[in-house]
Design a protein around this ligand. Sequence first.
Ligand SMILES: Nc1ncnc2c1ncn2[C@@H]1O[C@H](COP(=O)(O)OP(=O)(O)O)[C@@H](O)[C@H]1O
Ligand SMILES: [Mg+2]
Length: 359
Amino acid sequence: MTRVHIQDLGIRFGKHEVIQGLDLDVHSGEFLVLLGPSGCGKSTLLHTIAGLNPVSAGSIHIGGQDMTHAEPSRRGVGMVFQSYALYPTMTVKENLAFPLKMAKTPKAELEKRVAAAAGMLQLTALLDRRPGQLSGGQRQRVAIGRAVVREAKVLLLDEPLSNLDAKLRTDLRRELKTLHGRLGNTMIYVTHDQVEAMTLATRIVVMHQGVIQQVGTPAEVYDRPKNLRVAGFVGSPAINRIDGRVGEAGQFVSPALALPLPAALASRQPGEALTLAVRPEHLRLGADQPFAAEIQLVEPLGNQHVVWLGSAGATLSAVLPGQPAVAEGAALRFGFDAAKALWFDAAGERIEASAQFSL
Ligand SMILES: Nc1ncnc2c1ncn2[C@@H]1O[C@H](COP(=O)(O)OP(=O)(O)O)[C@@H](O)[C@H]1O
Ligand SMILES: [Mg+2]
């Protein structure tokens, strides 16, 4: 079983410090997903764990051993890149066998491992083909297989599905999760796609500009985001945010709406900035709701639809089941499930205010 323990890690390219003082404990056998916008340092961190970038400060322990400055081949990690990087002149079988050949694995063992990986990744019928005769999804399976045959204790995957079309991505995503269930190894997976993160991860690490914002289960980062960055990055359409202030008499006041503050926020000073954030699925539409808005746009999605509302300069989205029955441009009223609303202070940090209150 293999834990990856990163302490006080610093990574710099010349003068550019991409990661500073990063601590991360990857549990043995977990599927950890590094999630964040492009350029936030996910690949840099992953490549550093693999030994492909020099470390400027701190340490990396893999399976209890200090691997901070170890050669990549000594770390017991396998890596899958976004681009498949297969050898075009080799067959699928030769591609899969290549890392084992390099490691001088005995022939019988090599055959056994290649057959097992091919079976697991549905490549058995394709072993004699060359990469040029494969679809994108099949090529990426071979690339994953090449990491799997080495029986690495830790698999590192850098956006392995992002070059595939939507349908293949969903299929291969499911296969990856099944594969992890079978292998039981530690997986560290990089993506900027929050749906991939939510569906695959045992825990998600949300990053922003080289800094970890939150580490938690998919449910934790979705329901209890630590700050507005996390709240805004996870969930689609994005969480609705309504910026306002503490008003007189325990009210939250914004141009779009005013409502009583929950008890946990009652002692806040009048004038203090607050942000109310509500997930689109917690909005309610209907004549009996407290706030006025106009419908800007309706997006049908088949099984559900998104209604975009304009209210005093704020644009809000509501996700509702079934087909839309409302018209663009119409006036309507909205409210929300107040118990599920999230509150953030002026610095964007979430305030614990789970107490129930009614509108
Ligand atoms: N080899 C490199 N030399 C200089 N800067 C780099 C290098 N690799 C990455 N960077 C910089 O580090 C930052 C993080 O990049 P990266 O880890 O690729 O982000 P992500 O994978 O999250 O999109 C970016 O600002 C990028 O320009
Ligand atoms: Mg990257």
